[in-house]
Ligand binder design. Structure first.
Ligand SMILES: Nc1ncnc2c1ncn2[C@@H]1O[C@H](COP(=O)(O)OP(=O)(O)O)[C@@H](O)[C@H]1O
Ligand SMILES: [Mg+2]
Length: 596
């Protein structure tokens, strides 16, 4: 319940909608109450002046007109309320979705390491649908329900207090029976949602990598796994629904008994002459009117149960701690005039959640404009080093700084906007080539985009597409070859124009021809920038200013390629392995992600 109140708080700004809905629903309730009163008056007139020749018909005609008026007003008001309700729902939906998306975008990388995309999307859709649905049902029914109830109770009490008491008893009883149903119902609902979310997560992953699924001929198995999740929910739903409906039979049974009592009183009292026929007609209508809120109430309770389950998921995500709060951007004084910047790692230790240390006591620095290669075994923590520099994870101890300013004192946006990265996986988006190249610089002119593509050796192949820069490349760039994708990624990094550049095995998934083309692009990209290179070719590594070798999570050696070639360390070993032609030595090279 607290969560539902929080939701109302989140959507506070929608108060004009709430107010309009409350006012119209109260007016609807008012017109509902007019009908029985008018019919009572007509009944009394008709019964009183039964069937004479010269009866004045005008009062009953006017009452019929009044009835028409009440019903037309009712129709109009209901539809106005419905319209406002629709708009409120969609605005609420938009607010809740925006906040959820904003929250997700602000969560640290750690969160996404443990969540499937589809699960996150599934949860969002369900929570928000159920929350908005509840608010819509609530706004449209609750106030109307309360007013109808109070008014019919008051009018009934005026004529007969026993009937009023019987009517009044229904509500708490019904509420109580519904509430005891709720706990079990919700537990089962949460169970179902867990299955839906897992199935949805796998679904999105499978569709996203459909090529792999097809190539391994695993469609049937994926379908089975998916189907099994849903089949589990069928059983849960059976249990849940059986329980709900048995409880509903009990609730309605109680209701039927009470209504039996009410009608028994009305009929006997009228027969005894205590009520006029008009009063009897009025009471029957009021009792029927008071029956509606009971059902509205179960409707509301039902929607609120779903909404409570949904909002719990919603607020669980909203309660996740975001990446640290934004700090002022990098001080202008810290930026070098030539556009490059220095990087320092000081005694950095880091391990992923639930694992041991990946890096420990890592200390090295890169001077502005310098090119440094990181060499270490596969799984040795090279990419982790990159993630730390990007601020995707925070070191457990030690300090990373850019131009002498600690990452802790810089805004994450500031850090990331100063670092350009080309990963092994180009990670493009659906859309056009132009959009992808300009992803980090949407304000770039067409000329700048072309210039970047030229530098990245991409202009040639782009021009050969019929639509050129406006060619759609499909999800993750599926319509491009690996080398083409990577050249687009290089052009994207060129246009970002960041002073620090990281190349994390940027060419390692490419064939040698594409690699040469991409490497030329990378060479142009590196010019004048501080560069951290994790390369898979020794030739690339041998051309850097200095090499940092990592062994067992620690810095082993630092020196120029010439110096390290003579020390007998990892680099020297790699050089001798490369010179050797034995199978064993080749294998050893692969452990360093190095291509011989
Ligand atoms: N997101 C992650 N969560 C948990 N462990 C990870 C994650 N990413 C990498 N690792 C682990 O950290 C170690 C270093 O990985 P990585 O930095 O990618 O190595 P490299 O790039 O040198 O090949 C590996 O043992 C890997 O299993
Ligand atoms: Mg790596």
């Amino acid at each position: 319940m607290r969560d539902l109140i929080r939701i109302m708080g989140v959507a506070r700004h929608l108060w004009p909608y709430y107010l309009t809905i409350v006012v119209t629903s109260l007016a609807v309730a008012g017109t509902n109450l007019l009908t029985p009163l008018i019919i009572k008056m007509a009944t009394d007139i008709v019964v009183g002046g039964a069937g004479g020749q010269n009866v004045d018909l005008s009062p009953v005609v006017w009452l019929a007109v009044a009835l028409l008026g009440a019903e037309v007003a009712n129709t109009v008001l209901t539809n106005v309320g419905g319209y406002v309700g629709d708009v409120m729902t969609v605005r609420l939906r938009s607010t809740l979705s925006d906040r959820y998306y904003a929250k997700l975008l602000s969560l640290p990388q750690r969160y996404f390491d443990n969540e499937l995309t589809g699960t996150v999307i599934n949860r969002l859709t369900r929570s928000i649908t159920e929350i908005t649905n509840f608010l819509n049902v609530f706004a449209n029914n609750f106030f109307q329900m309360v007013l109808t109830l109070l008014a019919s109770l008051a009018i009934t009490a005026f004529y007969s207090w026993p009937i009023a008491v019987l009517l009044a008893v229904i509500y708490p009883l019904f509420m109580w029976l519904t509430t005891i149903t709720s706990a079990r119902w919700q537990r089962l609902e949460a169970e179902k949602n867990r299955e839906f979310d897992i199935a949805g997560g796998r679904f999105a992953e499978v569709i996203g990598q459909i090529r792999v699924v097809k190539s391994f001929v695993q469609e049937r198995r994926e379908l089975d796994v998916f189907g099994n999740r849903y089949r589990t929910t069928i059983q849960t739903t059976r249990t849940q629904s059986r329980f709900w409906h048995l409880m509903d039979i009990a609730r309605r049974g109680v209701l039927n008994l009470i209504f039996f009592g009410i009608f028994a009183v009305i009929f006997t009292q009228t027969a005894k002459g205590a009520f006029t026929v008009g009063v009897m007609v009025l009471l029957i209508q009021l009792v029927n009117l008071a029956r509606q809120p009971v059902f509205a109430m179960s409707f509301i309770v039902d929607a609120s149960q779903k909404a409570m389950a949904g909002s719990r998921d919603y607020f669980a995500v909203m309660a996740e701690p975001s990446e640290r709060e934004e700090l002022p951007p990098v001080p202008a004084a810290a930026a070098h005039t030539d556009g490059s910047a220095g990087v320092d790692f000081k005694s950095v230790c880091f391990g992923y959640e639930g694992g041991g240390n990946v890096l420990c006591d890592v200390t090295f620095s890169i001077a502005p404009g310098e090119r440094v290669a990181i060499v270490g075994e596969s799984g040795g923590g090279k990419t982790t080093l990159v993630s730390l520099l990007l601020g995707l994870y925070a070191p457990d101890s030690g300090m990373i700084s850019i131009d002498g300013a600690s990452l802790d004192d810089l805004s994450l946006d500031g850090v990331r906007s100063r670092v350009g990265v080309v990963f092994q996986d180009p990670s493009l988006f659906s859309g056009t080539i132009r959009e992808n190249i300009a992803y980090g610089a949407p304000e770039a002119t067409p000329e700048q985009v072309i210039e970047a593509a030229h530098s990245a050796n991409a202009h040639g192949f782009i021009e050969r597409f019929a639509a050129g820069y406006d060619s759609e490349i499909g999800e993750r760039g599926i319509k491009l070859s690996g080398g083409q994708k990577q050249r687009i990624a290089v052009a994207r990094a060129i246009l970002k124009n960041a002073p620090i550049l990281i190349l994390d095995e940027a060419t390692s998934s490419l064939d040698s021809k594409s690699e040469r083309l991409v490497q030329q692009g990378l060479d142009r990209l590196m010019a004048g920038r501080t560069t951290l290179i994790i390369a898979h070719r020794l030739s690339t590594i041998s051309s850097v200013d200095r090499i940092v070798t990592i062994k067992d999570g620690r810095v082993d050696e630092i020196g120029t390629p010439d110096e390290l070639a003579a020390t007998g360390g990892i680099y020297a070993e790699l050089l001798s392995l490369q010179a050797s032609a034995t199978k064993k030595d080749r294998k050893r090279l692969h452990q360093f992600d190095i291509l011989a």
